[in-house]
Design a protein around this ligand. Sequence first.
Ligand SMILES: Nc1nc2c(c(CN[C@H]3C=C[C@H](O)[C@@H]3O)cn2[C@@H]2O[C@H](COP(=O)(O)O)[C@@H](O)[C@H]2O)c(=O)[nH]1
Length: 340
Amino acid sequence: MECFLMPKESGKFITDRSKDVLVLEEGVRKVAEMLYGKINSKEFDPTGWKSLHELNPQVMNEDSINWVFVADTLNFSFWSESEEHKCLVKYKGKMHSGYWSLCAAINRALDEGIPITSASYYSTMTLDQLKHVLRSDTDIPMPLIEERHRVLKEAGHILLEKFDGSFLNCVKESGKSAQKLLQLVVENFPSYKDVATFEDKKIAFYKRAQILVADIWGLLEGKGDGSFNDIGSLTMFADYRIPQALVSLGAMKYSEELMKKLKHGVLFQSGERLEVEIRGCSIWCVELIRDYMLHLGAQKGDTIENLNAVLIDYYLWDYAREHRKDMANIPIHRVRCIFY
Ligand SMILES: Nc1nc2c(c(CN[C@H]3C=C[C@H](O)[C@@H]3O)cn2[C@@H]2O[C@H](COP(=O)(O)O)[C@@H](O)[C@H]2O)c(=O)[nH]1
């Protein structure tokens, strides 16, 4: 079995050697102070996963757990060439873009009587059936539809073979450990194995695997099968939105060289040095933000209930969605892959 540095250690290893992405101590402190002011808000409470997002399942049951598994199996690469022309999915009278277009499409299918969250169904779906489920309400389709079809069928077959067709069985096998569930996911579901090589070191980001564990924790509000005693060991999820937010907020900085490529909309390859530096530095940057928030709490003598990289990530991701316009001067890095 090949051994990879886990995401946290990968983040540190990459940050210490990064040439085109910098983590800025001063900016980290500024963001930590901004977030500290929100520490008692809904956003920093596990119940926020449902109450803040109407498209997320609102009932804590096995169907919802299988909904999360399908959503996170397909949770990648929603960005479009142009902000004006992109895939949009209309659900209950509202238009949804990006990751939320996927959630809207899943809910639309369920409303139409298509059992899209049942492994016995999606493990044998045809490409045309999936194209119908994920159909856009604009003339721009959801990106990577063939890859989505491949990874969804593969995940469905494995879930049927190894976990009796339900992700709840995988969660139960983890014995309430986030790290155990993370390992079960990356060892059993190949499309979740989000790894790379950086300066001859095998590193892991495990973005979709970590967010899958976190979304189960959020759905179950950290209770029952989701009471992971080690949820704090997960890092932020290295996607293409959080780096944009971190640079926009001044906690991270790109070199002139890298900025030029981003502004030209260069297509990066998954695993290339610049892309790995962006993802790795984002992980470490959020680790430092969390540490500084804990330091602020200790200084003020506050007892902080829930503070972990997961809730910081969720907050920053929602923040980036709400401040899309303010962040327009910091382009996302464009990659087409199944990992994020
Ligand atoms: N780091 C991080 N990356 C996240 C998420 C989510 C959705 N999670 C929500 C669901 C429940 C929670 O309440 C979260 O609010 C999607 N992504 C990634 O973003 C990209 C899509 O972006 P856009 O094109 O703007 O929709 C794509 O790479 C996708 O994989 C997150 O939370 N954190």
